[in-house]
Write a protein that binds this ligand. Structure first.
Ligand code: GTP
Length: 359
């Protein structure tokens, strides 16, 4: 698919992931130790797509510093940085000068096993202006429903239908394959939403859009609970991303004493775990994490250089880089702790807390 370009939308502020996104833009949030965007790029490379445009806006330097011109990955990466957010279609219009033909569009926060080559074959067989990846869900009320006939021809879009009033269960899964002409339907110079404005307008003007419904693994990483679920699914192998489930990562090879580990876990290099601690199941420890004697860390993702003091407990939570959890402290389930924050010795952090030096 060397002739197809990819545009990845990475300009959102990621408000729902705060305070993580105060210090790291959402696309650079790690999945099992690697920035999610790097994992997405790898997937494109494997599908033979090497010409990528990143439509950024919020904290773009973290992205440009990491990927540069893409040559390290064997890719060509072009950036468009928005001064003010242009929305999901406005961002595409903004990069129109770099688009030479047919292109994929990816929401930058979707983890999926979708096979891009199959989507391309389907698109070519249908011959429409665009193909939209859809996923069937039991309750579509939090999503954008896409109504289509048996042949896949899309007829309507219904954003976030009231519970019980949804016209169908197939929802927009955030990957599109579009012909260049679609860019002509997007007005320039203002924010435009592709789901709410551009797609409905295309249908109304007689252009054909097709639904590509699959039962792939699919999750939006933009909410803390989904971020943890995604890790659980990656660690269990439900979402194929790591080589083998169990104890993975460079830190696993360094591990001398496995008594403290409850599989599955992913350990990055330089992690230090006291043999009397309990780590797992479903735990990711980033580079240089330190877990003290008798501490318990379960169902949680810890970024780099996090220290969990002796007898502390961390459950179902996300701790950004540099967090310190004091001796005997307890982090309640559903908590998100921002970069460099210190939780004092013995403190009981309520379930669902958001802690950061900025809030
Ligand atoms: P929330 O603030 O938590 O809703 O996150 P978000 O700002 O990322 O919004 P949302 O999850 O709806 O965005 C879906 C995808 O589109 C993400 O990958 C965003 O980075 C991206 N995105 C959203 N708005 C814009 C925009 O105005 N410009 C660009 N370039 N990307 C955007």
């Amino acid at each position: 698919m060397a002739d197809v370009q990819a545009i990845i939308l990475v300009g959102g502020e990621g408000t729902r992931l705060r305070p993580l996104t105060y210090g790291t833009p959402k696309p650079m949030v790690p999945i099992a130790g690697v920035p999610f965007l790097a994992r997405s790029m790898e997937r494109l490379y494997e599908a033979g797509i090497t010409d990528v445009i990143l439509a950024a806006g919020y904290m773009p330097k973290a992205i440009t510093d990491y990927f540069g011109n893409g040559s390290r990955l064997g890719m060509r990466v072009t950036y468009a940085i928005e001064e003010t957010p242009l929305g999901t279609a406005g961002a595409l219009k903004n990069v129109a000068q770099h688009v030479t033909g047919r292109f994929f569009v990816f929401n930058g926060d979707i983890l999926t096993s979708l096979d891009l080559r199959s989507m391309m074959e389907y698109h070519e067989s249908k011959g429409g202006s665009g193909t939209l990846h859809l996923i069937r869900v039991p309750d579509p009320s939090a999503f954008g429903c896409v109504v289509h006939d048996d042949q896949g021809a899309v007829s309507a879009f219904v954003e976030k239908p009231a519970p019980g009033a949804a016209p169908c269960n197939d929802v927009n899964a955030g990957t599109y394959l579009l012909e260049r002409e679609v860019l002509d339907a997007i007005p320039g110079g203002r924010a435009v939403s592709i789901e709410r404005e551009t797609f409905p307008k295309l249908i109304a003007s007689g252009k054909r859009l097709y639904a590509f419904v699959t039962d792939d693994y699919w999750i939006d990483l933009g909410r803390p609970e989904n971020y943890l679920t995604a890790h659980r699914d990656v660690l269990s192998g439900l979402m194929p991303l790591l080589v083998e489930p169990g104890i993975t990562g460079d830190g696993a090879r360094e591990l001398r004493d496995k008594r403290s580990i409850v599989e599955p876990v992913h350990l990055d290099a330089g992690t230090s775990i006291d043999p009397t601690a309990t780590v797992g199941p479903n735990v990711v420890l980033g580079r240089g994490c330190w877990i003290g004697a008798g501490a318990v860390v379960r169902e949680s993702v810890l970024w780099d250089d996090v220290r969990v003091g002796p007898q502390a407990v961390v459950e179902e939570s996300i701790l950004a880089s540099g967090v310190r959890v004091g001796a005997g402290a307890r982090i309640g389930a559903g908590s998100v702790v921002g970069h460099g924050y210190t939780v004092e010795d013995g403190l009981e952090v309520e379930e669902g807390s958001r802690l950061s030096d900025r809030s």
